[in-house]
Ligand binder design. Structure first.
Ligand code: ADP
Length: 453
Protein backbone atom coordinates (compact mmCIF):
# COMPACT_ATOMS: atom_id res chain seq x y z
CA UNK A 1 0.00 0.00 0.00
CA UNK A 2 2.80 2.34 1.04
CA UNK A 3 4.89 1.79 -2.08
CA UNK A 4 1.76 1.96 -4.28
CA UNK A 5 1.03 5.40 -2.77
CA UNK A 6 4.47 6.66 -3.86
CA UNK A 7 4.39 4.92 -7.23
CA UNK A 8 4.45 6.79 -10.53
CA UNK A 9 1.26 5.03 -11.60
CA UNK A 10 -0.64 6.25 -8.54
CA UNK A 11 0.57 9.78 -9.16
CA UNK A 12 -0.42 9.62 -12.81
CA UNK A 13 -3.91 8.39 -11.88
CA UNK A 14 -4.21 11.02 -9.15
CA UNK A 15 -3.08 13.79 -11.49
CA UNK A 16 -5.43 12.63 -14.22
CA UNK A 17 -8.35 12.35 -11.76
CA UNK A 18 -7.74 15.88 -10.51
CA UNK A 19 -7.60 17.24 -14.07
CA UNK A 20 -10.74 15.29 -14.97
CA UNK A 21 -12.59 16.48 -11.85
CA UNK A 22 -11.57 20.06 -12.56
CA UNK A 23 -12.65 19.85 -16.21
CA UNK A 24 -15.95 18.11 -15.46
CA UNK A 25 -16.68 20.41 -12.48
CA UNK A 26 -16.15 23.57 -14.49
CA UNK A 27 -18.14 22.22 -17.46
CA UNK A 28 -21.04 21.20 -15.14
CA UNK A 29 -21.01 24.54 -13.42
CA UNK A 30 -20.99 26.46 -16.69
CA UNK A 31 -23.64 24.28 -18.36
CA UNK A 32 -25.87 24.53 -15.23
CA UNK A 33 -25.43 28.28 -15.16
CA UNK A 34 -26.13 28.62 -18.91
CA UNK A 35 -29.16 26.29 -18.70
CA UNK A 36 -30.58 28.34 -15.81
CA UNK A 37 -30.11 31.60 -17.73
CA UNK A 38 -31.63 30.19 -20.93
CA UNK A 39 -34.57 28.66 -19.02
CA UNK A 40 -35.31 32.03 -17.41
CA UNK A 41 -35.11 33.83 -20.76
CA UNK A 42 -37.27 31.20 -22.40
CA UNK A 43 -39.86 31.44 -19.60
CA UNK A 44 -39.91 35.21 -19.94
CA UNK A 45 -40.45 34.97 -23.69
CA UNK A 46 -43.29 32.46 -23.17
CA UNK A 47 -44.93 34.81 -20.63
CA UNK A 48 -44.59 37.73 -23.02
CA UNK A 49 -46.18 35.77 -25.88
CA UNK A 50 -49.02 34.64 -23.64
CA UNK A 51 -49.56 38.20 -22.40
CA UNK A 52 -49.67 39.47 -25.98
CA UNK A 53 -52.23 36.82 -26.90
CA UNK A 54 -54.35 37.67 -23.81
CA UNK A 55 -54.15 41.34 -24.64
CA UNK A 56 -55.42 40.64 -28.15
CA UNK A 57 -58.29 38.52 -26.77
CA UNK A 58 -59.28 41.21 -24.27
CA UNK A 59 -59.09 43.93 -26.96
CA UNK A 60 -61.37 41.84 -29.17
CA UNK A 61 -63.92 41.68 -26.28
CA UNK A 62 -64.29 45.47 -26.42
CA UNK A 63 -66.42 46.87 -29.18
CA UNK A 64 -68.94 49.70 -29.50
CA UNK A 65 -67.88 51.06 -26.15
CA UNK A 66 -68.90 47.86 -24.47
CA UNK A 67 -67.24 44.74 -23.11
CA UNK A 68 -68.75 41.61 -24.60
CA UNK A 69 -67.97 38.07 -23.32
CA UNK A 70 -65.04 39.49 -21.35
CA UNK A 71 -65.58 37.43 -18.21
CA UNK A 72 -65.47 33.96 -19.89
CA UNK A 73 -62.37 35.04 -21.85
CA UNK A 74 -60.41 36.06 -18.73
CA UNK A 75 -61.61 32.99 -16.84
CA UNK A 76 -60.41 30.70 -19.64
CA UNK A 77 -57.07 32.54 -19.94
CA UNK A 78 -56.58 32.46 -16.16
CA UNK A 79 -57.32 28.72 -15.99
CA UNK A 80 -55.19 27.97 -19.03
CA UNK A 81 -52.06 29.85 -17.94
CA UNK A 82 -52.46 29.60 -14.13
CA UNK A 83 -52.80 33.37 -13.79
CA UNK A 84 -55.13 35.70 -12.03
CA UNK A 85 -56.28 38.10 -14.76
CA UNK A 86 -58.03 41.34 -13.79
CA UNK A 87 -59.38 43.74 -16.47
CA UNK A 88 -60.25 47.30 -15.50
CA UNK A 89 -61.92 49.98 -17.67
CA UNK A 90 -60.77 53.57 -18.16
CA UNK A 91 -62.32 54.62 -14.88
CA UNK A 92 -60.37 51.91 -12.99
CA UNK A 93 -63.50 49.85 -12.48
CA UNK A 94 -62.93 46.03 -12.54
CA UNK A 95 -64.86 44.70 -15.52
CA UNK A 96 -63.46 41.16 -15.66
CA UNK A 97 -61.72 38.92 -13.08
CA UNK A 98 -60.59 35.36 -13.78
CA UNK A 99 -61.10 34.49 -10.12
CA UNK A 100 -64.46 36.34 -9.80
CA UNK A 101 -63.21 38.57 -6.98
CA UNK A 102 -64.59 41.81 -8.36
CA UNK A 103 -64.32 43.73 -5.17
CA UNK A 104 -60.61 43.20 -4.85
CA UNK A 105 -58.09 45.13 -6.93
CA UNK A 106 -55.18 43.41 -8.70
CA UNK A 107 -52.44 42.18 -6.40
CA UNK A 108 -49.33 44.31 -5.95
CA UNK A 109 -46.52 43.03 -8.19
CA UNK A 110 -48.93 42.34 -11.05
CA UNK A 111 -47.92 43.11 -14.60
CA UNK A 112 -50.09 45.67 -16.38
CA UNK A 113 -50.88 45.89 -20.10
CA UNK A 114 -53.01 48.52 -21.80
CA UNK A 115 -56.13 47.37 -23.72
CA UNK A 116 -56.26 49.23 -27.02
CA UNK A 117 -59.22 49.69 -29.30
CA UNK A 118 -59.10 51.85 -32.40
CA UNK A 119 -55.67 53.09 -31.39
CA UNK A 120 -56.72 54.44 -27.95
CA UNK A 121 -56.54 52.83 -24.50
CA UNK A 122 -59.89 51.58 -23.26
CA UNK A 123 -58.72 49.77 -20.15
CA UNK A 124 -55.88 47.70 -18.71
CA UNK A 125 -55.13 44.08 -17.92
CA UNK A 126 -53.31 43.05 -14.72
CA UNK A 127 -51.71 39.64 -14.64
CA UNK A 128 -50.34 37.92 -11.52
CA UNK A 129 -49.59 34.26 -10.76
CA UNK A 130 -52.69 32.51 -9.54
CA UNK A 131 -53.00 32.17 -5.76
CA UNK A 132 -55.83 29.65 -6.02
CA UNK A 133 -55.14 25.90 -6.29
CA UNK A 134 -54.68 24.92 -9.93
CA UNK A 135 -56.20 21.83 -11.59
CA UNK A 136 -52.99 20.72 -13.31
CA UNK A 137 -50.14 23.08 -12.44
CA UNK A 138 -47.40 23.52 -15.08
CA UNK A 139 -44.03 22.09 -14.09
CA UNK A 140 -41.54 24.90 -13.26
CA UNK A 141 -38.66 25.51 -15.66
CA UNK A 142 -36.21 25.06 -12.80
CA UNK A 143 -36.94 21.31 -13.13
CA UNK A 144 -35.38 21.38 -16.56
CA UNK A 145 -32.18 22.89 -15.13
CA UNK A 146 -32.07 20.33 -12.32
CA UNK A 147 -32.59 17.52 -14.85
CA UNK A 148 -29.77 18.87 -17.04
CA UNK A 149 -27.47 19.13 -14.02
CA UNK A 150 -28.33 15.61 -12.90
CA UNK A 151 -27.64 14.20 -16.36
CA UNK A 152 -24.36 16.07 -16.41
CA UNK A 153 -23.38 14.66 -13.04
CA UNK A 154 -24.08 11.07 -14.13
CA UNK A 155 -22.32 11.56 -17.48
CA UNK A 156 -19.38 13.14 -15.62
CA UNK A 157 -19.18 10.30 -13.14
CA UNK A 158 -19.34 7.71 -15.93
CA UNK A 159 -16.72 9.58 -17.99
CA UNK A 160 -14.57 9.95 -14.87
CA UNK A 161 -14.75 6.25 -14.03
CA UNK A 162 -14.03 5.32 -17.67
CA UNK A 163 -11.16 7.81 -17.79
CA UNK A 164 -9.57 6.49 -14.58
CA UNK A 165 -9.86 2.93 -15.86
CA UNK A 166 -8.28 3.96 -19.15
CA UNK A 167 -5.42 5.90 -17.54
CA UNK A 168 -4.79 2.95 -15.19
CA UNK A 169 -4.43 0.64 -18.20
CA UNK A 170 -2.37 3.12 -20.24
CA UNK A 171 -0.06 4.02 -17.35
CA UNK A 172 0.39 0.35 -16.58
CA UNK A 173 1.41 -0.27 -20.18
CA UNK A 174 3.71 2.76 -20.29
CA UNK A 175 5.33 1.98 -16.96
CA UNK A 176 5.84 -1.73 -17.58
CA UNK A 177 9.28 -1.17 -19.20
CA UNK A 178 10.19 1.19 -16.35
CA UNK A 179 9.47 -1.64 -13.90
CA UNK A 180 11.61 -3.95 -16.01
CA UNK A 181 14.38 -1.35 -16.00
CA UNK A 182 14.12 -0.95 -12.27
CA UNK A 183 14.38 -4.68 -11.69
CA UNK A 184 17.28 -4.98 -14.16
CA UNK A 185 19.09 -2.07 -12.45
CA UNK A 186 18.53 -3.80 -9.14
CA UNK A 187 19.99 -7.02 -10.56
CA UNK A 188 22.96 -5.06 -11.92
CA UNK A 189 23.52 -3.52 -8.51
CA UNK A 190 23.52 -7.02 -7.03
CA UNK A 191 26.30 -7.99 -9.42
CA UNK A 192 24.35 -9.71 -12.20
CA UNK A 193 25.98 -7.87 -15.13
CA UNK A 194 24.14 -9.97 -17.73
CA UNK A 195 20.81 -8.18 -17.09
CA UNK A 196 19.42 -6.33 -20.14
CA UNK A 197 16.05 -4.75 -20.93
CA UNK A 198 13.96 -5.05 -24.08
CA UNK A 199 11.70 -2.02 -24.37
CA UNK A 200 9.86 -1.70 -27.68
CA UNK A 201 9.28 1.67 -29.32
CA UNK A 202 11.40 4.72 -29.83
CA UNK A 203 9.88 6.76 -27.06
CA UNK A 204 11.78 8.12 -24.04
CA UNK A 205 11.42 4.87 -22.11
CA UNK A 206 12.72 2.91 -25.11
CA UNK A 207 15.69 5.28 -25.33
CA UNK A 208 16.28 4.93 -21.60
CA UNK A 209 16.28 1.15 -21.98
CA UNK A 210 18.81 1.46 -24.83
CA UNK A 211 21.05 3.68 -22.69
CA UNK A 212 20.71 1.26 -19.80
CA UNK A 213 21.79 -1.63 -22.02
CA UNK A 214 24.82 0.34 -23.26
CA UNK A 215 25.73 1.11 -19.66
CA UNK A 216 25.33 -2.56 -18.69
CA UNK A 217 27.50 -3.55 -21.69
CA UNK A 218 30.30 -1.24 -20.67
CA UNK A 219 30.03 -2.32 -17.03
CA UNK A 220 30.30 -5.94 -18.12
CA UNK A 221 33.22 -5.08 -20.37
CA UNK A 222 34.97 -3.17 -17.59
CA UNK A 223 34.42 -6.08 -15.23
CA UNK A 224 35.80 -8.49 -17.84
CA UNK A 225 38.82 -6.22 -18.38
CA UNK A 226 39.41 -6.05 -14.64
CA UNK A 227 39.34 -9.84 -14.40
CA UNK A 228 41.66 -10.16 -17.40
CA UNK A 229 44.03 -7.63 -15.89
CA UNK A 230 44.22 -9.48 -12.59
CA UNK A 231 44.78 -12.75 -14.47
CA UNK A 232 47.44 -11.15 -16.72
CA UNK A 233 49.26 -9.54 -13.80
CA UNK A 234 49.23 -12.83 -11.88
CA UNK A 235 50.50 -14.62 -14.98
CA UNK A 236 53.32 -12.13 -15.57
CA UNK A 237 54.40 -12.21 -11.93
CA UNK A 238 54.32 -15.99 -11.77
CA UNK A 239 57.13 -16.68 -14.30
CA UNK A 240 59.92 -14.60 -12.73
CA UNK A 241 58.77 -15.56 -9.23
CA UNK A 242 58.85 -19.28 -9.98
CA UNK A 243 62.26 -18.80 -11.64
CA UNK A 244 63.57 -17.12 -8.49
CA UNK A 245 61.92 -19.80 -6.35
CA UNK A 246 63.51 -22.56 -8.49
CA UNK A 247 66.98 -21.06 -8.23
CA UNK A 248 66.74 -20.49 -4.48
CA UNK A 249 65.43 -24.03 -3.88
CA UNK A 250 68.28 -25.47 -5.96
CA UNK A 251 70.79 -23.45 -3.92
CA UNK A 252 69.09 -24.51 -0.67
CA UNK A 253 69.23 -28.17 -1.70
CA UNK A 254 72.87 -27.83 -2.67
CA UNK A 255 72.13 -28.54 -6.34
CA UNK A 256 73.39 -25.15 -7.42
CA UNK A 257 76.28 -23.06 -6.19
CA UNK A 258 75.36 -19.57 -4.99
CA UNK A 259 78.08 -18.13 -7.22
CA UNK A 260 78.02 -14.80 -9.00
CA UNK A 261 76.39 -16.30 -12.14
CA UNK A 262 73.47 -17.66 -10.11
CA UNK A 263 73.11 -14.40 -8.19
CA UNK A 264 73.18 -12.47 -11.47
CA UNK A 265 70.37 -14.64 -12.90
CA UNK A 266 68.23 -14.19 -9.80
CA UNK A 267 69.03 -10.47 -9.82
CA UNK A 268 67.85 -10.17 -13.46
CA UNK A 269 64.56 -11.83 -12.51
CA UNK A 270 64.12 -9.43 -9.58
CA UNK A 271 64.92 -6.53 -11.93
CA UNK A 272 62.30 -7.78 -14.36
CA UNK A 273 59.74 -7.99 -11.56
CA UNK A 274 60.61 -4.52 -10.41
CA UNK A 275 60.18 -3.11 -13.96
CA UNK A 276 56.90 -4.88 -14.27
CA UNK A 277 55.63 -3.45 -10.98
CA UNK A 278 56.82 0.03 -11.98
CA UNK A 279 55.07 -0.26 -15.36
CA UNK A 280 51.87 -1.35 -13.65
CA UNK A 281 52.09 1.54 -11.20
CA UNK A 282 52.58 4.02 -14.06
CA UNK A 283 49.71 2.46 -15.99
CA UNK A 284 47.42 2.67 -12.96
CA UNK A 285 48.33 6.35 -12.49
CA UNK A 286 47.69 7.24 -16.14
CA UNK A 287 44.43 5.31 -16.24
CA UNK A 288 43.19 6.98 -13.07
CA UNK A 289 44.25 10.35 -14.51
CA UNK A 290 46.37 11.05 -11.43
CA UNK A 291 49.77 11.03 -13.11
CA UNK A 292 51.34 14.38 -12.42
CA UNK A 293 53.05 15.88 -15.48
CA UNK A 294 55.69 18.56 -15.14
CA UNK A 295 54.88 19.99 -18.54
CA UNK A 296 56.71 23.04 -19.81
CA UNK A 297 57.79 24.38 -23.20
CA UNK A 298 60.79 22.21 -24.04
CA UNK A 299 62.95 21.28 -26.98
CA UNK A 300 61.57 18.10 -28.55
CA UNK A 301 64.62 17.92 -30.79
CA UNK A 302 66.86 17.73 -27.74
CA UNK A 303 64.76 14.95 -26.19
CA UNK A 304 64.81 13.02 -29.48
CA UNK A 305 68.56 13.44 -29.92
CA UNK A 306 69.35 12.22 -26.41
CA UNK A 307 67.08 9.19 -26.79
CA UNK A 308 68.59 8.28 -30.17
CA UNK A 309 72.12 8.72 -28.80
CA UNK A 310 71.23 6.43 -25.87
CA UNK A 311 70.17 3.50 -28.08
CA UNK A 312 72.63 4.02 -30.94
CA UNK A 313 75.53 1.94 -29.47
CA UNK A 314 73.25 -1.05 -28.92
CA UNK A 315 71.66 -0.66 -32.34
CA UNK A 316 74.98 -0.36 -34.10
CA UNK A 317 76.28 -3.39 -32.19
CA UNK A 318 73.47 -5.28 -33.92
CA UNK A 319 74.24 -3.69 -37.27
CA UNK A 320 71.22 -1.39 -37.27
CA UNK A 321 71.64 2.23 -38.40
CA UNK A 322 69.70 4.81 -36.40
CA UNK A 323 69.15 8.27 -37.88
CA UNK A 324 67.41 11.41 -36.67
CA UNK A 325 65.85 13.96 -38.97
CA UNK A 326 64.61 17.21 -37.42
CA UNK A 327 64.05 20.39 -39.48
CA UNK A 328 65.92 23.49 -38.35
CA UNK A 329 64.26 25.98 -35.99
CA UNK A 330 61.99 23.29 -34.62
CA UNK A 331 59.41 24.96 -32.29
CA UNK A 332 59.12 24.25 -28.58
CA UNK A 333 56.62 21.66 -27.45
CA UNK A 334 54.73 21.59 -24.14
CA UNK A 335 56.06 18.34 -22.61
CA UNK A 336 57.14 16.56 -19.46
CA UNK A 337 60.63 15.70 -20.70
CA UNK A 338 61.00 12.54 -18.56
CA UNK A 339 57.72 11.05 -19.77
CA UNK A 340 58.19 11.90 -23.45
CA UNK A 341 61.73 10.51 -23.30
CA UNK A 342 60.17 7.32 -21.93
CA UNK A 343 57.77 7.19 -24.93
CA UNK A 344 60.54 7.77 -27.50
CA UNK A 345 62.83 5.29 -25.72
CA UNK A 346 60.11 2.65 -25.77
CA UNK A 347 59.40 3.10 -29.49
CA UNK A 348 63.14 3.00 -30.28
CA UNK A 349 63.65 -0.12 -28.14
CA UNK A 350 60.80 -1.88 -29.93
CA UNK A 351 62.08 -0.78 -33.35
CA UNK A 352 65.58 -2.11 -32.65
CA UNK A 353 64.13 -5.25 -31.10
CA UNK A 354 62.09 -6.06 -34.20
CA UNK A 355 64.58 -5.01 -36.89
CA UNK A 356 67.08 -7.53 -38.21
CA UNK A 357 70.74 -6.89 -38.81
CA UNK A 358 71.66 -4.20 -41.38
CA UNK A 359 68.23 -2.72 -40.97
CA UNK A 360 67.43 0.94 -40.38
CA UNK A 361 65.59 2.88 -37.74
CA UNK A 362 64.66 6.44 -38.65
CA UNK A 363 63.26 9.11 -36.38
CA UNK A 364 61.60 12.01 -38.18
CA UNK A 365 60.15 15.16 -36.60
CA UNK A 366 57.80 17.51 -38.47
CA UNK A 367 55.56 20.45 -37.70
CA UNK A 368 52.06 20.10 -39.10
CA UNK A 369 49.76 23.00 -38.26
CA UNK A 370 49.79 23.38 -34.50
CA UNK A 371 51.25 19.96 -33.75
CA UNK A 372 54.65 18.35 -33.70
CA UNK A 373 54.62 14.97 -35.43
CA UNK A 374 57.23 12.35 -34.61
CA UNK A 375 57.63 9.17 -36.68
CA UNK A 376 59.73 6.24 -35.52
CA UNK A 377 60.10 4.00 -38.57
CA UNK A 378 61.97 0.73 -38.92
CA UNK A 379 62.72 -1.72 -41.68
CA UNK A 380 61.92 -4.69 -39.48
CA UNK A 381 59.55 -7.61 -39.56
CA UNK A 382 56.40 -5.47 -39.32
CA UNK A 383 53.15 -6.33 -37.55
CA UNK A 384 50.43 -8.57 -39.06
CA UNK A 385 47.28 -6.56 -39.93
CA UNK A 386 45.13 -8.66 -37.57
CA UNK A 387 47.35 -7.66 -34.63
CA UNK A 388 47.60 -3.98 -35.49
CA UNK A 389 44.39 -2.84 -33.70
CA UNK A 390 45.54 -4.44 -30.45
CA UNK A 391 49.21 -3.53 -30.06
CA UNK A 392 48.36 -0.62 -27.73
CA UNK A 393 46.30 -2.86 -25.44
CA UNK A 394 47.55 -4.05 -22.06
CA UNK A 395 49.64 -7.23 -22.12
CA UNK A 396 49.17 -7.64 -25.87
CA UNK A 397 52.11 -9.27 -27.60
CA UNK A 398 52.22 -10.22 -31.24
CA UNK A 399 54.50 -13.14 -30.59
CA UNK A 400 54.15 -13.84 -26.87
CA UNK A 401 56.95 -16.39 -26.54
CA UNK A 402 59.47 -14.21 -28.38
CA UNK A 403 58.40 -11.09 -26.59
CA UNK A 404 58.69 -12.75 -23.19
CA UNK A 405 62.15 -13.98 -24.09
CA UNK A 406 63.21 -10.38 -24.61
CA UNK A 407 61.64 -9.32 -21.34
CA UNK A 408 58.60 -7.62 -22.85
CA UNK A 409 55.25 -8.07 -21.15
CA UNK A 410 53.14 -6.07 -23.58
CA UNK A 411 52.84 -2.92 -21.48
CA UNK A 412 55.34 -0.63 -23.27
CA UNK A 413 53.00 0.62 -26.01
CA UNK A 414 50.05 0.86 -23.61
CA UNK A 415 52.05 3.14 -21.35
CA UNK A 416 53.36 5.10 -24.37
CA UNK A 417 49.80 5.74 -25.54
CA UNK A 418 48.63 6.78 -22.07
CA UNK A 419 51.56 9.17 -21.70
CA UNK A 420 51.01 10.75 -25.13
CA UNK A 421 47.29 11.12 -24.39
CA UNK A 422 48.12 12.72 -21.03
CA UNK A 423 49.99 15.33 -23.12
CA UNK A 424 46.75 15.88 -25.16
CA UNK A 425 48.39 14.10 -28.08
CA UNK A 426 47.70 10.95 -30.09
CA UNK A 427 49.67 7.91 -31.19
CA UNK A 428 49.08 5.42 -33.99
CA UNK A 429 50.82 2.69 -35.93
CA UNK A 430 51.15 1.75 -39.58
CA UNK A 431 52.88 -1.43 -40.59
CA UNK A 432 53.58 -3.68 -43.54
CA UNK A 433 54.63 -7.20 -42.60
CA UNK A 434 58.11 -7.94 -43.92
CA UNK A 435 58.80 -4.27 -44.67
CA UNK A 436 58.63 -2.45 -41.38
CA UNK A 437 56.55 -0.42 -38.98
CA UNK A 438 55.95 3.28 -38.40
CA UNK A 439 54.85 4.52 -35.00
CA UNK A 440 53.61 8.09 -35.22
CA UNK A 441 52.79 10.36 -32.31
CA UNK A 442 51.66 13.96 -32.29
CA UNK A 443 51.93 16.56 -29.56
CA UNK A 444 50.53 20.09 -29.43
CA UNK A 445 53.10 22.86 -29.87
CA UNK A 446 53.79 25.20 -26.95
CA UNK A 447 51.39 28.21 -26.88
CA UNK A 448 54.14 30.83 -27.20
CA UNK A 449 56.12 29.53 -30.14
CA UNK A 450 59.83 29.70 -29.50
CA UNK A 451 62.68 28.04 -31.26
CA UNK A 452 65.13 25.79 -29.54
CA UNK A 453 67.95 27.42 -27.60
P1 ADP B 1 56.56 -5.42 -25.24
O1 ADP B 1 57.00 -4.81 -23.96
O2 ADP B 1 56.24 -6.85 -25.13
O3 ADP B 1 57.45 -5.10 -26.38
P2 ADP B 1 54.81 -3.44 -26.30
O4 ADP B 1 53.57 -2.95 -25.73
O5 ADP B 1 55.96 -2.49 -26.37
O6 ADP B 1 55.17 -4.75 -25.54
O7 ADP B 1 54.51 -3.95 -27.77
C1 ADP B 1 53.42 -4.82 -28.00
C2 ADP B 1 53.71 -5.78 -29.15
O8 ADP B 1 53.78 -5.04 -30.35
C3 ADP B 1 55.03 -6.47 -29.01
O9 ADP B 1 54.83 -7.73 -28.45
C4 ADP B 1 55.53 -6.58 -30.42
O10 ADP B 1 55.24 -7.84 -30.92
C5 ADP B 1 54.76 -5.56 -31.21
N1 ADP B 1 55.64 -4.47 -31.65
C6 ADP B 1 55.90 -3.31 -31.02
N2 ADP B 1 56.72 -2.52 -31.73
C7 ADP B 1 57.00 -3.20 -32.87
C8 ADP B 1 57.83 -2.93 -34.04
N3 ADP B 1 58.50 -1.80 -34.16
N4 ADP B 1 57.89 -3.87 -35.00
C9 ADP B 1 57.17 -5.04 -34.89
N5 ADP B 1 56.39 -5.34 -33.81
C10 ADP B 1 56.32 -4.45 -32.81
Amino acid sequence: MHSWFFSLQFRLILGFTLVLALALGSISWYVGFAAQREAERFQQEVEEARSARLEALVSRAYSARRWTDLQPTVEQAGALYGWRVVVTDQAGQVVGDSHMRFGRPPRPGSRFFPVLSGGSQVGSVAIAPSDAPEIAPEPPFSRLVTAVQRSLLWTGLAAGAGGILLISLISRRILAPVRLLSSAAHGLGQGDLTRRVTAPGRNEVGQLAGTFNIMADSLQQAEQQRRNLVADVAHELRTPLSNIQGYLEAVKDGLLQPDSATIETVYQQVLHLSHLVEDLRLLALTEAGTLHLNSEPDSLEDALRRSVDAVRPRAEARGIAVSLNVPPEFPMVEIDRTRITQVIGNLLENAIQHTPESGEVTVLAQVIGLVAKVTVADTGEGIPPEDLPYVFERFYRVDASRSRATGGVGLGLTIARKLVEAHRGAIRVESTPGKGSRFIFELPLARTPATKN
